[in-house]
Design a protein around this ligand. Structure first.
Ligand code: ACO
Length: 335
């Protein structure tokens, strides 16, 4: 039993923020941001915009492309680190899609590696669990956790959602050749948004009451990032991971039609492509328009490349995610 990608879709918020716009709120410039990152614009959720709605829209488009009825979906995996419900937003997407058979729906939290983990999870459910149609959605709104006074990080992120439908097929048609996944909790200090310590009250309350000992509700800090360390980490581990996955797949790098990395920084993408000796014509990049959209970036870029006719049926793609956790992983897939 194999699995293949049969549809994709994406959705982005309406509000666009350019580098020039950002230069009005922090000490930066279009030149600095575009030279150091390749980013020119990003989309940001505003007002009452909902990430869950955006994710449902991307998923709907993937189902339409695949010509699969929502009632035939048997699993919805929402890869996100910014759910709108602490208990998970995936069931709300299942509801929005109108999947009548109550398919399982849950969230996967792995920052910018989330989509790769979702893809691999989908393949395991299909190969070992008898599942037939699995929606894998990457959606994040990191703008809600950005410190808009920190010019070292606020320039990087944007909000978006992207989705693919992974479907069971015969093993000859299998579209996920191999994968390689890792994490390193040691590196968490370089990139994190942790629970606010000051929300916890460890002091005894008035008259030593039990209430004073109990947590007071919680929130998360803004993203704290050591950009240089994250950069070094990505450039070191991503080529290694892709090389490992290619080896497991028994495929030479030259057989890869496209390199599709998590869209974090054009300099990271270029460095990895150079290490893998892949020319720029075989590299997919759209971060100039959207910035780093975390778990959404890979399916967002894939959807754009498929709809533009760049990625065609049968093309082999080396894809990799990396980010907070730290987590990273790659997969060799066929569109
Ligand atoms: N505008 C102008 N100047 C800036 C800006 C800015 N937006 N940000 C930093 N600078 C300044 C710094 O203050 C520093 O000035 P100094 O030399 O006077 O001290 C100088 O520019 C150089 O700063 P660096 O941090 O060394 O710049 P660097 O070349 O490393 O680029 C960047 C910073 C773009 C953040 C880069 O390190 C990067 O992209 N790292 C990877 C980050 C990443 O991808 N994170 C997300 C991972 S995905 C996830 O899971 C969330």
């Amino acid at each position: 039993r194999g699995c293949k990608l049969v549809g994709c879709g994406s959705a982005v918020p309406r509000l666009q923020i350019s580098n020039d716009d950002l230069s009005k709120i922090v000490d930066t410039s279009d030149e600095w941001i575009s030279v150091r990152t390749g980013i020119r614009n990003r989309r940001i959720l505003s007002g009452k915009d909902s990430l869950t709605d955006l994710a449902a829209e991307a998923a709907k488009k993937a189902l339409q492309m695949a010509e699969v009825d929502p009632d035939d979906v048997d699993l919805v995996l929402l890869c996100t680190s910014t759910p709108e419900d602490l208990f998970g937003s995936a069931p709300q997407i299942q509801k929005a899609l109108g999947c009548k058979n109550n398919p399982l729906a849950y969230d996967i939290t792995a920052a910018c590696s989330g989509f790769i983990l979702g893809l691999v999870s989908a393949s395991c459910y299909i190969r070992g669990g008898g599942f037939n149609n699995v929606l894998v959605i990457g959606a994040d709104a990191l703008s809600r956790y950005v410190d808009w006074t920190d010019r070292g990080s606020c320039i990087l992120f944007g909000d978006a959602a992207g989705a693919v439908l992974v479907q069971a097929c015969d093993s000859e048609e299998d579209g996920l050749f191999a994968f390689d996944l890792h994490s390193d909790g040691e590196g968490q200090r370089h990139l994190r948004a942790t629970m606010n310590e000051n929300e916890k009250d460890h002091e005894l309350g008035t008259n030593g009451s039990l209430l004073g000992l109990l947590p007071k509700g919680s929130s998360y800090s803004c993203i704290q990032m050591n950009g240089k360390e994250v950069f070094r980490f990505a450039v070191r581990v991503v080529p290694q991971s892709i090389e490992l996955a290619l080896e497991k797949a028994g495929l030479p790098g030259s057989s890869i039609d496209w390199l599709l990395l998590h869209q974090a920084n054009q300099r990271i993408i270029d460095a990895v492509a150079a290490r893998l000796e892949l020319p720029s014509e075989r590299v997919i990049s759209n971060l100039a328009n959207y910035g780093n959209t975390s778990a959404a970036s890979i399916p967002l870029a894939l959807d754009e490349a498929v709809r533009k006719g760049k990625v065609k049926a049968g093309h082999k793609i080396a894809t990799a995610g990396f980010g907070a956790g730290l987590t990273w992983g790659s997969a060799i897939i066929r569109w």
